[in-house]
Design a protein around this ligand. Structure first.
Ligand SMILES: NC(=O)c1ccc[n+]([C@@H]2O[C@H](COP(=O)([O-])OP(=O)(O)OC[C@H]3O[C@@H](n4cnc5c(N)ncnc54)[C@H](O)[C@@H]3O)[C@@H](O)[C@H]2O)c1
Length: 337
């Protein structure tokens, strides 16, 4: 096999980003799409030149030409679709949050193991050039021992430009949560990666606004087993220029500091200062589109039989952490992970 034949399930917002990258990859061919909305699936297939269209993912999984699927369905379907795909012996790249419950998260991993397929959690941020650059900067000892990490992600208005038509997104039961589950899923994974350790304790506060069922603001504090302290702020209610999603990181070590502010329109600078420096310097990194990197890696793992960089187990840790944060917000108590 030289190329991995992929079927995309769910043709909404994120599938556009995934397909845009997939059609550029040398090791991947998108051969089919599926959406319960036939018009959406047809338009999507036409836009990206994809030959086969389904409206029932179980029918699509019967297609023997398909080696792997991108699971781009709403959160409440992640487990159902991932498990069905694994049972049909398709490799699975599945969107975040990995699952809405811990039980579902474990079931996805079990199905992958039982069927001996590659399961990759779609933490695309880890593949973004600047996130990999931050990790590289830390690992090269530029800031010494990491002491504290601050992360922020925010944008304006779930009902405005960002999710103009997605009903499940604002429904607690279907989405599993608001900005904590949605944005926190990315940053909790990144903070764990940057800290190089597992979270030990967590506490969280969540806030509601905009007449929305799920939380639109969240602040989470974590302590990692190696002593690193971290704080994440995630918000759907930040006033920001139209279409902008901020990402911010401040990483403090005993020998230096990293600052990064990304407004989602341009690749950001990684600003670095060492103890004793009189000004910031720029830390160079290779620009990589996160979706491109993630999907290229997924196909390589399938072709070469390698374990993915972001596994189902990373997905399980992420779900555990998100649920512990919600429990802390509900009870007002710190939670041990
Ligand atoms: N990585 C990121 O940065 C990022 C960004 C946005 C969304 N996401 C994730 O991607 C997933 C999808 O989000 P979205 O914004 O694209 O949602 P969306 O609502 O725009 O798209 C979901 C699509 O799935 C289709 N669908 C629903 N049930 C289906 C079924 N049974 N079979 C096939 N298709 C079905 C819907 O018709 C819709 O077209 C979510 O889990 C979300 O958290 C990730």
């Amino acid at each position: 096999m030289e190329k991995v034949n992929v079927g995309i399930i769910g043709c909404g917002r994120i599938a556009q980003d995934q397909a845009r990258s997939a059609v550029q990859l040398k090791n991947t061919k998108v051969v089919a799409v599926c959406d319960t909305n036939e018009t959406a699936a047809g338009a999507f297939a036409q836009k990206f030149g994809i030959p086969k269209v389904y409206t029932d993912y179980e029918r699509m999984l019967e297609n023997q030409q398909i080696h792997a699927i991108y699971n781009c369905t709403p959160n409440f379907l992640h487990a159902e679709v991932a498990i069905a795909a694994a049972n049909a012996k398709k490799h699975v790249l599945t969107q975040k949050p990995f699952a809405n419950t811990l039980e579902d998260a474990y079931k996805i991993c079990d199905a992958a193991k039982k069927n001996n397929i590659i399961l990759q959690a779609a933490f695309f941020e880890r593949f973004r050039g600047y996130c990999a650059g931050i990790k590289n900067c830390i690992d090269r000892g530029n800031i010494g021992k990491v002491l504290m990490i601050k992360a922020q992600m925010s944008h304006e208005g779930i009902g405005k430009f960002y999710h103009p038509r997605t009903e499940w997104f604002g429904d607690c039961k279907l989405a599993g949560g608001g900005c904590l589950a949605d944005m926190g899923a990315h940053h909790l994974d990144l903070m764990r990666w940057f800290a190089g350790s597992e979270a030990d304790m967590i506490d969280a506060q969540i806030g509601f606004s905009e007449d929305w069922q799920t939380e639109t603001n969240a602040i989470v504090n974590l302590t990692f087993k190696n002593g690193v302290m971290a704080q994440g702020h995630w918000s759907f209610s930040t006033i920001a220029p139209e279409g902008v999603c901020y990402d911010k990181f401040e990483i403090y070590g005993d020998k230096g500091t990293i600052f990064v502010t990304c407004d989602s329109k341009e690749e950001p600078s990684i600003r670095l200062v060492h103890k004793g420096d009189i000004q910031w310097q720029e830390y160079a990194y290779e620009e990589v589109d996160g979706f491109y990197g993630m999907e290229e890696h997924f196909a390589n793992c399938i072709l070469k039989g390698k374990v993915p960089f972001t596994t189902g187990e990373d997905g399980v840790v992420s779900v555990k952490t998100i649920l512990a944060a919600y429990e802390s917000a509900r009870t007002g108590q710190r939670q041990r992970l």
